[in-house]
Design a protein around this ligand. Sequence first.
Ligand code: G3P
Ligand code: CA
Length: 362
Amino acid sequence: MTLLVAHTLPAFAESNGHAPPIVIAHRGASGYLPEHTLEAKTLAYAMKVDYIEQDLVMSKDNHLIVMHDIHLDGVTDVADRYPNRAREDGHYYTIDFTLPELKQLQVTGPFALSQGKRIPKYGRRFPLWKSRFQLATFDEELELIQGLNASLGYGIGIYPEIKKPYFHQREGRDISKAVLETLKKYGFTSSRQKVFLQCFDAEELQRIRHKLMPDLEMDLPLVQLIAETDWGEKQVIDDGRLKNYDYAWMRTDSGLQKIASYAQGIGPWFPMLIDNTTERFTANGLTSTAQSLGLLVHPYTFRADPEQISEVAGDFDKLLAVFLEDIGVDGIFTDHPDKAITFITTHKRPNKIQASRELPVR
Ligand code: G3P
Ligand code: CA
């Protein structure tokens, strides 16, 4: 019966008359395996996603490591293996460890410490510390995806993110240059290859657009990620003190115009696209304004874990219907790419959804 439904409903593109939205595997198929491991990327590949995401930070010996945070303590056993290597703030920084040291670490799903215990951030995912997972380098991951493109032939793209350039600059590293050089080494030089390059740092993206890429004879499509100011994605010095970079300008008409001068898309947190002053999830105009300026809109992060879906939204498919059909975004970052692909290929009809004031964790 399920198969019959899948084949009789119109495909998303046929029914809407434009290209179907793309599915970006957020940190791999991270709803099912520890994020950013090669195993999670392989599973995402097998799900036939459009793009696989790589968050990138640097090691002490200048390798690009695929992981979300500049700290190791939330997804590895670093505190057990190297107990004396934390900085004064209590964090273990990837940039303080060499690649051979990093390869000794066991990787697991994201966890938080509570009363000395490690509690999984998502309770119903792959259990903590089971099996054996390692950190991977950007080179290893690109070779995996390109190798699978050769052997399976799905033509899946990459979607790297340069993490915290301001932090790496403070540590004396030019992470953006290193990322571009690696991309070029593997043949990713322009939009002729299936690649987007993303960053939360607007000034760094402009440096990439106007200085680094011309120097390296590259012309990659860039995506400006948009954060809430209080997340502290970027810090700047103001009046001699560190403070959070103010992201408010990016969600104004003139801000979007500015972004369109150096980037091809925006990556907003998905609640930024809806009007939360009404009783329903309705578009607040950010998507249509960005699209009218020629910008693609790729919001993050769609998660199907039951606790991530607001009670009023009801279920993951209804959430997807709002963003993919009613609002019409161009693609989504998701931890559960199989579910998003099933939604898109079966084109389920949207239902009217009441808004919830409780927003899911990012
Ligand atoms: O890059 C899109 C999305 O991943 C941004 O959020 O914090 O998960 O990297 P984050
Ligand atoms: Ca990311």
